[in-house]
Design a protein around this ligand. Structure first.
Ligand SMILES: [Zn+2]
Length: 304
């Protein structure tokens, strides 16, 4: 069933845990994610490159139909949109949230871009995620990268007051793709931003982080964690292994089932991270001073 991003974020905070977002490129990856979710809330991330790809509108429409049919509360989110045309296209295809990624711009231009995105999204009831601080690497290609340009808590306060996003992606040592060296998240930085900003925070590049690090990030104030690389690796790895068998007899459906199962098991491992509460009520109330007012609305049904 379709759910709004704000209600899923609020639900994650109430469960004292996190919300996971997985990039879904096609029916096989989406079916794997939704099967692994098994009733848990989830965000299906839609690549901006998919929206503008040949027949991308048809594929996104199909992914939305899968989300409607799913037993989990699902929000479709357009990920890493760098221009307003793509945001408009995503909204017209029925996403429930967009990431207006102006992190490559200076702060004022980034805030203006997010405000413009809100003018497109808000009348349609679409939530807007912004990003402050650059996340190294490429969300579509798994290359080895190191981190730089971390989010500053004071600048985040200024940015949020100017841009008024619904949630904020932060750079705290996280990267897209594969970590060049052992990942070191700056948890103190996440705590500082959380306590100052009072919005749900988003961690991109969760794929290279182990379970304990992701739980620590959630305890420090992250609410949504975006994951992608491990699903693509599982999908492509299984495809490579199964392709010789599939080619013998053109067994396409059998290959698609294997791809879906590979994504399902990779996603299931990640869902296990957020099944148990991550912080005690005392820890969180002292860390962030309670929940922001706009997170007060709850999920009405279907939360595992
Ligand atoms: Zn990302």
């Amino acid at each position: 069933m379709i759910a709004g991003l704000l209600e899923l974020l609020a639900d994650a905070r109430r469960r004292r845990s996190g919300l996971l977002g997985f990039t879904c490129y096609d029916a096989e990856s989406a079916a794997g994610v939704l099967t692994a979710a098994g009733g848990r809330p989830v965000v299906m991330l839609i690549s901006s490159q998919l929206v503008t790809a040949p027949a991308g509108d048809l594929i996104v429409t199909g992914l939305r139909a899968m989300a409607e049919r799913a037993g989990s509360p699902v929000c479709l989110q357009l990920d890493h949109a760098h221009d307003l045309d793509t945001i408009r296209a995503g909204c017209e295809l029925g996403v429930g949230a967009v990431m207006a990624d102006g992190s490559r711009l200076h702060l004022e231009a980034n805030a203006e871009f997010v405000r413009e995105a809100r003018r497109i999204a808000a009348p349609r009831g679409v939530a807007v995620e912004a990003q402050l601080g650059s996340i190294e690497g490429n969300e579509e290609v798994a290359i080895e990268v190191s981190s730089d340009d971390l989010t500053d808590a004071e600048l985040a306060v200024r940015f949020v007051s100017e841009a008024e996003p619904d949630c904020l992606g932060v750079a705290a040592g996280n990267v897209h793709g594969i970590y060049l060296e052992e990942a070191r998240l700056d948890l103190a930085r996440i705590r500082a931003i959380t306590s100052r900003v009072g919005l749900p925070l988003v961690l991109h590049g969760g794929s290279g982080l182990d379970s304990a690090t992701i739980r620590s990030a959630i305890a420090a104030g992250i609410t949504k964690v975006n994951l992608n690389t491990e699903l693509r690796q599982a999908y492509l790895g299984r495809t490579e292994r199964e392709l010789p068998v599939a080619l013998d007899g053109a067994r396409l459906l059998a290959l698609h089932t294997k791809q879906m199962k590979a994504v399902e098991s990779a996603a299931a491992e990640r869902f296990a991270i957020v099944d148990a509460p991550v912080w005690s009520r005392r820890e969180r109330s002292s860390a962030v001073g309670g929940l922001p007012r706009r997170e007060s609305a709850g999920l009405s049904r279907g939360v595992a």
